[in-house]
Design a protein around this ligand. Sequence first.
Ligand code: FMN
Length: 291
Amino acid sequence: MGYEITTTIEKEKCIGCGKCVAVCPYDAIELIDSKAVVTGKKSMHCGQCAAVCAQQAVTVDDLVVPTLQGELNAVTSQLFDTVMHRRSCRNYKKDELTRTEFENLITFGQWAPSGTNAQKWKFTVIPNRSSVEAYADAIGRFYKKLNRQAENPALRLYAKLFLKDALGKYYRRYYRQVQESLTAWEVEKKDLLFHGATGAIIVSMSPGAFCAHDDALLASQNICLGAHAMGIGSCLIGFAVEAMKRDNRIAQVIGIPEAETVYAVIALGRPKYQYPNPSGRLPVPPRYFTR
Ligand SMILES: Cc1cc2nc3c(=O)[nH]c(=O)nc-3n(C[C@H](O)[C@H](O)[C@H](O)COP(=O)(O)O)c2cc1C
């Protein structure tokens, strides 16, 4: 999984604060003799390491920093700043969000567009760390069972013949990463699923929405941007969504009715680190159609 790593760190600029080590989702950077050193072979090219470094010691080749062109009014500049500086947060402080903050985030979500204006979204709040942990336990039980199945060569062969190799694909792509996360959770209570978030919002849809997936993800992006504007860290957790799609007992644990479908899980909390720089994106030249 991941791209070949293209991260470089200028040793002279590095002050050994360790923030790039903490934010890297691939654990590709280590502190050696109080200097950050790239030791991993793979990366997600998310640029979090470069974004968090106040010394600007880190660069990730292949990433560019897209900016707007021409003259910008204040509203555009402010909106762009919010969009550009939102980061997936994977390090949280221990203090929890208030009910008002959760409800303001949901208001951001509600202002999203929805196909045929269906507005069938539902927002389930996980308001504190102990509730996040109970939720994570339920998801952990699902992945433990899935990993036991994936370990079994006979089941993988069956899945190859009759289920489009679904279990084999999972085994090759995710098994090891999930196993490491389960062990970290069980042995050290290290939370590689929700990254120590103190809250979450789950976006589900009641039946009847024509574009349910699109509506839910647009609401989710509004919540993530609103969170950033409010100084709150957020991170979409696809691993939680996948588990909930396959095991409806998880939804039962947190009180989501069976008729609803979960499309997004957003981890939330107060961010431990600020990101002074934009992280960059892979370049994408526009394509034009003219006639
Ligand atoms: C649909 C979706 C699912 C994601 N699932 C996870 C996840 O399970 N765990 C995680 O740490 N990050 C997850 N992310 C965050 C991405 O890794 C992140 O958006 C990407 O690396 C870009 O970084 P940025 O959000 O800081 O710009 C997910 C993002 C999306 C859009």
